[in-house]
Design a protein around this ligand. Structure first.
Ligand code: AMP
Ligand code: ZN
Length: 140
């Protein structure tokens, strides 16, 4: 547990939260400022600042849990769509530096942009080729 980390305190139950799921490794809470009613956060109980610090085995469990909760929320809320969002670093909009995955149920005309937003750049074929070869990762 990291001192002064609000999500460590929430995960440990030291700060009350609207918890919708809890097990040994995770707490899932409702976001205090939701994009949509039902917007929730998967929070590991151990402190990892971001995806780069998260151990691989836990990353796998996050995705399995996200899938399970998304299916549950879809059934209960009858939502039309679903976003998983996970921010890493201030430049990417992270504001709480304890890894978390956003679970965002989506409805037609829910007041958000259909597509959670980023600019769409125009990139030349040469630049596409350059970045593609730079990013090629060999299978392990
Ligand atoms: P991020 O921008 O990905 O770091 O997201 C942090 C999220 O945590 C935001 O959506 C906040 O609304 C949410 N949040 C911050 N403090 C609390 C809290 N005490 N309880 C529930 N959600 C919180
Ligand atoms: Zn923490």
């Amino acid at each position: 547990m990291k001192e002064d980390c609000i999500f460590c305190k929430i995960a440990a139950g030291e700060i009350p939260s609207k918890t919708i799921y809890e097990d040994e490794e995770f707490r899932v809470i409702l976001d205090i400022s939701p994009a949509v009613k039902g917007h929730a956060l998967i929070i590991p109980k151990d402190h990892y600042a971001n995806l780069f610090e998260l151990p691989e085995a836990l990353a796998v469990k996050v995705m399995i849990l996200a899938r399970k909760l998304a299916a549950h929320m879809k059934e209960v809320l009858q939502c039309d769509g679903f976003n998983l969002v996970q921010n890493n670093g201030k430049a990417a909009g992270q504001t709480v530096f304890h890894f978390h995955m956003h679970l965002i149920p989506r409805f037609e005309n829910d007041g958000n942009q259909d597509r959670l937003c980023w600019n769409q750049l125009e990139v030349s074929p040469e630049e596409m080729e350059e970045i593609c070869s730079k990013l090629k990762l060999k299978e392990e």
